[in-house]
Design a binder for this molecule. Structure first.
Ligand SMILES: [Zn+2]
Length: 228
């Protein structure tokens, strides 16, 4: 059961369309798992629409999820548009992965450009048209730990598949986990299955020596592949 949710500031900013794209994608992915937050965003959108209606005689209905999809569509003018996604229905794809993630991945997550970092972790950077933050899919092997690392800025993790634990608790599919600057942690995937996460990083993690060694190919990849 999902037990970690975006706080009300995330949901309010999402409904207002004012989150950075990388954060908005994380909130949208969580919404596909979580009816409670979907209802909250809908409520916020209704309030916003009512306020707008008072200000202007004719106001468009505001829908956080739909406006995000429109932003994604406009950021990728060449991408084929899937009608179900364009309609903004907040529901998981047949694969069990959020539609917003499948769309950004261009279909199957396995087809992304994975970079292997040691024996337990691989990372696929995702270009969501956001220069302020890094977005990526992490795949942690079942039962294996990620290197311990410290954050320089905020990190959002949305669990798409499997589960992981760290010193603070256990996190399952759909959970929206936020870590802040200065926090150290070492997530370990649980034994039963690989753990796949959507991650949005405000700043690169602080390079402890092991982490730096592991991150190096990823950093180089980013520099060459995402220099726009
Ligand atoms: Zn929620």
């Amino acid at each position: 059961m999902v037990s970690f949710h975006p706080d009300s500031k995330f949901l309010t900013d999402f409904a207002a369309g004012s989150l950075a794209m990388s954060e908005a994608v994380c909130v949208a992915a969580h919404l596909e798992f979580c009816g409670k937050c979907r209802a909250h965003v809908q409520q916020l959108s209704d309030v916003a629409a009512q306020m707008m209606a008072r200000l202007e005689p004719i106001a468009d209905e505001h829908d956080g999820f739909e406006s995000l999809m429109q932003r994604i569509d406009s950021a990728e003018p060449a991408a084929p548009q899937e009608s179900a996604v364009r309609a903004g229905r907040p529901a998981l794809a047949a694969s069990g992965i959020p539609r917003v993630v499948e769309k950004l991945a261009g279909g199957n997550l396995q087809d992304l450009n994975w970079v292997k970092l040691g024996g337990s972790l691989r990372i696929a950077p995702m270009d969501v048209g956001c220069k302020r933050r890094q977005t990526a899919i992490y795949d942690i092997k079942a039962g294996r730990p990620m290197p311990e690392h410290e954050h320089r800025g905020e990190e959002i993790t949305v669990l798409l598949k499997g589960s992981f634990s760290d010193a603070d608790g256990k996190y399952v599919r759909g959970d929206f986990v936020v870590r802040h600057a200065g926090e150290r942690h070492q997530p370990t995937a649980t034994l039963d299955t690989d753990c796949i996460c959507l991650v949005s990083l405000e700043q690169p993690v602080k390079p402890s020596s092991l982490w730096y060694r592991l991150m190096e190919p990823f950093v180089q990849y980013r520099l060459s592949g995402f220099s726009h």
